[in-house]
Design a protein around this ligand. Structure first.
Ligand code: ZN
Length: 454
């Protein structure tokens, strides 16, 4: 007998299906984590193992986060790193991150995932690129399994330290041979390519200013031999572009073209300063982008031309980016910022509430190269969230409850279901003890700062 779940009577259920239907009084029925039916009450089976009444709630497909560095949750609002641009900010924080331990990776990943889940996110990527003191990607994966989140774990890397012209201190970079062997180990141990997969491995050298051309090429070769996706940072701000011209002798666009780091299996974070040839290249090759508005604003990097990206048909998803440059992980809030920031650059009709929501759901799913999440329809994953519209911030906004989620102060979810499992109910995360995690996390954050003398 399959495990069945029926959620019904939503104020509005947003499907993000092919017709972008929004169903008043809608609900869905799922078996073993897979949606079987979506519609009004009369169109759904009347019973199930788990029945959830969603009256007064707006239901969305679970949001998808395409860029994060969860360990940075331990170094939020660090005084010395509050007001610098990207490179200064990184140089200030590398010494703190050098003290990370496996337990810190696991706890900070739990913290970051708890925050994301409560903000409406059900699938996330995490780009872990620093591995001091025996830290491994396995530490993040353990956390994802514990909390019950759908996870694209990116094996990041840094191999070019200061002595070789890179940005990070030598003591935090890794040997390239080891990086490749570890990537192969992780693929063998964890990667699940199947539909409805809860865990995929991504290969993700940190950035053009922290790894060699060789490592970029070798990583792409390995990823493509296993049909994995590839991820890195690109054209984040002016100093990033300047480094590219001065050290690599070419623009970020020419660099990724030369290395064949473009295509439907690749997505780049930020692209705030992607040039016109880059926009054409991405559109032509199906290359994706993770847009991280809060981080871009926090570091003063600029306004990514998302309006252009979308007009050109480029795959764009949202990312909260690392918690040290956000300094949070509220994905619905990120969608709101994306909407507002495009309006700053291009006028009030540059991005609608529904456009922002589409980027946060379908857009993210496409960036992660998934066809089983991002929409609520038969044969999609039962990943959905519900917001209680009786909350104070939505008072007076019920003329359009869906738009209210974006225009009004972002709230936490009342309900989150991931892979058919109820993970949040009545606003409470059921899979971990949040208070105990926060207490442990704060002790670890203090320890990191103490070790680094920050
Ligand atoms: Zn990043």
């Amino acid at each position: 007998m399959p495990a069945t779940l029926l959620a019904r009577n939503a104020l509005v259920l947003v499907t993000m299906d092919g017709e972008r239907r929004e169903i008043p009084g809608g609900g869905l029925y799922a078996e073993n984590g897979r949606i079987v039916a979506v519609g009004r009450d009369a169109e759904l089976p009347q019973g199930a193992d788990t029945v959830i009444d969603l009256s007064g709630h707006v239901v969305l497909p679970g949001l998808v986060n395409t860029h994060h560095h969860m360990v940075q949750s331990l170094t939020r609002a660090v005084p010395a790193a509050q007001d610098g641009e990207l490179f200064t900010w990184l140089r200030t924080l590398y010494p703190l991150w050098a003290g990370l331990t496996p337990a810190m990776v696991e706890t900070s990943t739990l913290t970051a995932m708890a925050e994301l889940i409560l903000s409406g996110c059900t699938t996330t990527s995490d780009h872990l690129y620093i591995y001091p003191n025996g830290c491994r990607l396995d530490d993040s994966i353990r956390a994802a399994r514990q909390i019950g989140m759908r996870f694209h774990a990116a094996r990041g890397s840094m191999s070019v330290g200061e002595s070789k012209g890179g940005l990070p201190p030598d003591r935090v970079v890794e040997d390239e041979g080891f990086v490749m062997r570890d990537a192969e180990r992780l693929i063998g141990a964890y990667h699940d390519p199947a539909r409805f997969s809860m865990l995929r491995i991504v290969l993700a050298p940190c950035s053009p200013f922290t790894v060699s051309r060789d490592l970029m090429r070798e990583t792409a070769r390995l990823a493509r031999s296993h049909d994995l996706t590839l991820h890195t940072h690109l054209a984040e701000n002016d100093s990033d572009v300047l480094f590219s011209h001065q050290t690599l002798g070419m623009s970020p666009t020419d660099y990724v073209r030369e290395l064949d780091w473009v295509g439907p299996d690749v997505w780049h974070a930020h692209c705030v300063k992607l040039d016109e040839p880059g926009i054409s290249l991405f559109a032509r090759t199906g290359t994706g982008i993770a847009h991280c508005p809060c981080s871009n604003m926090r570091l003063g990097s600029g306004i990514a031309p998302v309006h252009r990206f979308r007009a050109e048909g480029i795959r764009v998803g949202l990312g909260v980016d690392g918690s040290a440059s956000n300094d949070g992980g509220h994905l619905l809030g990120e969608a709101r910022q994306a909407m507002l920031l495009q309006r700053v650059a291009n006028g009030p009709d540059a991005m609608s509430a529904r456009g922002a929501l589409e980027m946060a759901t379908l857009g993210g799913a496409r960036v992660l190269r998934r066809d089983d999440i991002g929409a609520l329809a038969p044969d999609m994953a039962a990943d959905f969230v519900a917001f209680d519209m009786s909350a104070l911030p939505y008072a007076g906004a019920l003329h359009d409850p869906v738009a209210a989620l974006l225009f009004c102060q972002p709230q936490q979810v009342a309900l989150s279901v991931i892979n058919g499992e109820v993970v949040v109910r009545d606003g409470r995360l059921l899979t971990i003890d949040v208070a105990a995690t926060v207490a442990r996390h704060n002790a670890m954050a203090a320890e990191l700062a103490r070790q680094a003398g920050a």
